[in-house]
Design a protein around this ligand. Structure first.
Ligand SMILES: *Cc1c(COP(=O)(O)O)cnc(C)c1O
Length: 364
């Protein structure tokens, strides 16, 4: 059917979001039976057992709308971070909260500053809001915070700092971030997107809560999708000044966090030590994988996340195709690089094999 309705002019500029390819579609294309998806930074394990049980219990109640305020989960997060519940806001994944940040701050033509490459949703959400994007190139795969501060103008309303950065896995340290925030005007919202915070091991990784306490214009976003293994349930949260949270709530959808997500997240917080043990395993595997790739002569930036980055530029697509033929799905950023999620030890061994083959063929 031809599209006959008239849509907003900005839509013609919006690329469709391309999620990581599913294992099923790659298996069908190459006639394979055992394909592993390492393209979306998901946890290699299922939800924590307590979350699994809580969801099973709560299913009987899904004829009722969820608690709109996610009160129990909000309170549990406030306790965890020693903040006031009025500083906490839940969202349907932290992507929802990124969208809310745009909706609350960006009028058509207002500027949004973020690093590039960074999270692919930022430019798409900017287009939804008809904002003007200002992409500041990474330096050596790391946020160039000086250049980002230089890029701020009086039209800037929103700044994203993705820390650790997706897709390059690198992080900025507490001192650089603190000086950056000192340079940003107080009337400009800074979103610290910390989707991978639980995996960060750099000793200088910033304490977001301290930054929020020192700067009223900063909110931090975190999620249950990655470290807690609840990606399909869609639940993330923002922490910031109560006045900012009130503004963000004005543009949020009602009932956005469903009951199963609320109970699963709550049960997961109660099992934080089990989550940390699992995250520890991922970190151990991340270092093993990164070292094995470096031994092949590849350049692998220090990762503070659950994935590693190969900045192979024009060879990215060919590397991604080779991997798919071998039954491993990477995330390809055409002409930029390849992002590989850390999986189980067996899955990571397959990654190393693929890269061994790519190196021996002179592909990378
Ligand atoms: C995965 C990811 C998110 C969050 O995703 P949700 O599932 O919506 O919580 C947010 N930011 C970045 C940079 C991510 O990589």
């Amino acid at each position: 059917m031809a599209l006959v309705i008239r849509t907003r002019r900005v839509l013609s500029a919006i690329p469709a979001y391309v999620p990581g390819r599913s294992a099923e579609s790659v298996a069908a294309q190459h006639g394979l039976t055992d394909v592993v998806k390492l393209a979306s930074n998901e946890a290699p394990f299922g939800p924590l057992p307590a979350a699994h049980a809580a969801v099973a219990d709560a299913i009987a109640g899904v004829n009722r709308y969820p608690d709109d305020t996610s009160a129990m989960l909000t309170d549990a997060l406030a306790v965890k971070y020693a903040v006031d519940p009025a500083q906490v806001m839940l969202g349907a994944g932290s992507v929802d909260l990124c969208r809310v940040a745009f909706a609350a701050t960006v009028d058509p033509g207002d500027e949004v500053v973020f690093a590039w490459p960074s999270f692919e949703m930022y430019p798409i959400l900017a287009l939804h809001a008809d904002g003007t994007t200002v992409r500041v190139p990474l330096r050596d795969a790391v946020h160039d915070l000086d250049a980002m501060a230089d890029a701020v103008t009086e039209r800037t309303r929103l700044i994203f700092v993705c820390n650790p950065n997706n897709p390059t896995s690198t992080s900025v340290g507490r001192d650089e971030l603190a000086s950056f925030l000192d340079r940003v005007p107080d009337d400009c919202l800074v979103v610290l997107d910390e989707a991978y915070r639980e995996f960060a091991t750099s000793p200088s990784f910033p304490e977001a809560l301290d930054l929020i306490a020192a700067h009223d214009n900063v909110v931090v976003l975190r999620t249950f999708s990655k470290a807690y293994g609840l990606a399909a349930l869609r639940v993330g949260y923002a922490i910031g000044h109560p006045d900012i949270i009130l503004e963000l709530l004005k543009v949020a959808m009602p009932f956005r966090v469903n009951t199963l997500a609320q109970v699963a997240a709550l049960a997961s917080l109660d099992a934080d030590d089990e989550m940390e043990r699992r995250v520890g395993e991922v970190i151990t595997e991340r270092e093993r994988l990164a070292d094995a790739l470096r031994e092949l002569g590849l350049e692998v930036p220090r990762s503070d996340a659950n994935f590693v980055w190969l900045g192979v530029v024009e060879r990215a697509a060919a590397l991604g195709e080779l991997a798919e033929r071998r039954g491993v799905v990477f995330r390809v950023f055409r002409d930029v690089g390849v992002r590989i999620t850390v999986g189980t030890p067996e899955q990571n061994d397959r990654v190393v094999k693929v890269l061994q083959e790519a190196v021996s063929e002179g592909l990378v």
